[in-house]
Write a protein that binds this ligand. Structure first.
Ligand code: ZN
Length: 446
């Protein structure tokens, strides 16, 4: 441990409990996904237009956040979670409102938000003061504990030499959202781990479901990994006390710490999955519109919904069909329609064309989806190349000022312990996917 210097202070600055840091994208699940699904302003399949956008936030010139790694056009919430696309999350925050988001965050135990945080930058973790690793872990544990917040504690009880309990902790707990909402968010958060474009694929644990979300801030000042399994929740932050760019060799160092600690403490545990409550409904949806699939939607997948929130049937493939991009164009030009769940994408008057043009529509859909696939493939190749280059860079090691903080919280009893795992970083499972996490458009940290 020579790289980290000698201990010089007792009860010094505790980065787990006292360091308020910008969160970047790791705030998205707790600030947007859980509150938005619970309030029924979003569903997992809702489609948002991921293109450069200036949002009206009341400021002169508006709010123009950027994606870190390109724009994907119309994508579902599920796809936006996978590679942490920023623009859809700002649309979602507009629908939810920052005020409602803050209400939920505070119910999840976050105490460090200020009135300046009531703006759209909250969506991307651009915070006035920031959040601590401990409060991040406790907020994520609310999802892991099926919607119930349980105040973290560092001890359970103290007994004297004869076994008499002289001190016992009491932990505040409260329900923040339903177990059905919690399950849908858990499942969405498996995308960064399992998806082909996932930002946290190195967090997989054999036989055990893992939900995880990365966070990155401007200039790479902060790296986060927040996530959980059916057994434990953990939040890791990596950075400097005084903002300085972190150099790393292609893999999120906070994520590597998370993966090492979590793989270790899960070794020998039984296989475990996130279990779907009976109240969650399943529907086949159209990937292009996020609506319930009709017989002519060719690009579909299974999605989870709260009861009563399954969208209307897709009616978007009813154009006469010379332009293969008609569907995409229409969705983009009618953005306000797409983000309103209750409003059909097209009016009913054109439905009579649907059956007549069935064959043509089918072929157009196939072409659209092929275009998407080839784009994805070329992106993938670029990522691998970048990753290879990064990996070959010399690891510069950590300077003595590098701070790491890891909080592991057992789900349901939330006994918390600080873990300083600085060893063994290189034994982690090798991962060729590069970090594609979005860099938030942040205010400067204090
Ligand atoms: Zn469709």
């Amino acid at each position: 441990m020579e790289d980290f210097g000698e201990k010089t202070t007792s009860r010094g600055f505790n980065r787990a409990t006292q360091a308020k840091r910008q969160t970047g994208s790791s705030i998205k699940p707790i600030a947007i996904l859980a509150p938005g699904i619970e309030e029924e302003v979003i569903t997992a399949s809702m489609v948002f237009d991921d293109t450069q956008t200036t949002f009206d936030d009341g400021s002169e010139g508006g709010y123009s956040p950027e994606n870190y790694d390109g724009y994907l056009g119309n994508i579902t919430v599920r796809r936006a979670v996978e590679s942490s696309q920023n623009i859809p999350f700002v649309y979602m925050m507009e629908l939810l409102t920052p005020k409602k988001s803050i209400d939920y965050l505070e119910k999840m135990g976050v105490t460090t938000l200020t009135e300046k945080d009531e703006n759209l930058a909250l969506a991307l973790g651009g915070l006035d003061e920031g959040m601590t690793p401990l409060e991040s872990a406790a907020a994520y544990a609310t999802i892991a504990n099926d919607g119930v917040y349980i105040e973290p504690t560092f001890y359970a009880k103290i007994e004297n030499s004869s076994g008499k309990v002289v001190f016992e902790t009491s932990q505040e707990s409260r329900r923040v959202f339903s177990e059905e909402t919690a399950f849908i968010v858990k499942d969405l958060l498996t995308e960064p781990v399992q998806g082909s474009k996932g930002t946290a694929t190195y967090c997989k644990i054999d036989g055990i479901d893992v939900a995880a979300k990365t966070g990155t801030t401007n200039e790479n000042y902060d790296r986060w990994l927040c996530g959980f399994t059916p057994y434990y929740t953990a939040a890791t932050w990596y950075g400097f006390d005084v903002n300085e760019t972190i150099s790393y060799n292609g893999r999120n160092p906070a994520g590597l710490i998370w993966a090492n600690v979590m793989t270790n403490i899960h070794s020998g545990l039984d296989d475990a999955s996130f279990e779907k409550p009976d109240g969650v409904q399943t529907a086949t949806v159209c990937s292009l519109t996020g609506k319930m699939a009709s017989g002519i939607c060719s690009n579909t997948y299974e999605e989870y919904f709260l009861r009563g929130t399954i969208p209307d049937v897709c009616t978007s493939h009813d154009f006469s069909g010379e332009n293969t991009n008609v569907v995409q164009d229409r969705i983009q030009t009618e953005q306000d329609v797409v983000i309103e769940p209750a409003t059909p994408v097209t009016d009913g008057s054109s439905q009579s064309n649907t059956e007549n043009n069935n064959t043509t529509n089918q072929s157009n859909n196939v072409q659209n989806s092929q275009t998407n696939t080839s784009n994805s493939t070329s992106n993938s190749a670029q990522n691998i190349n970048e990753s290879t280059n990064n990996t070959s860079n010399t690891n510069t090691g950590q300077s003595t000022n590098t701070s790491e903080s890891s909080n592991t919280t057992a789900n349901e009893n939330t006994t918390t312990e600080n873990t300083n795992n600085t060893d063994d970083l290189e034994t982690s499972e090798s991962d060729t996917s590069s970090e594609t996490d979005a860099t938030s458009d942040l205010q400067e940290a204090n």
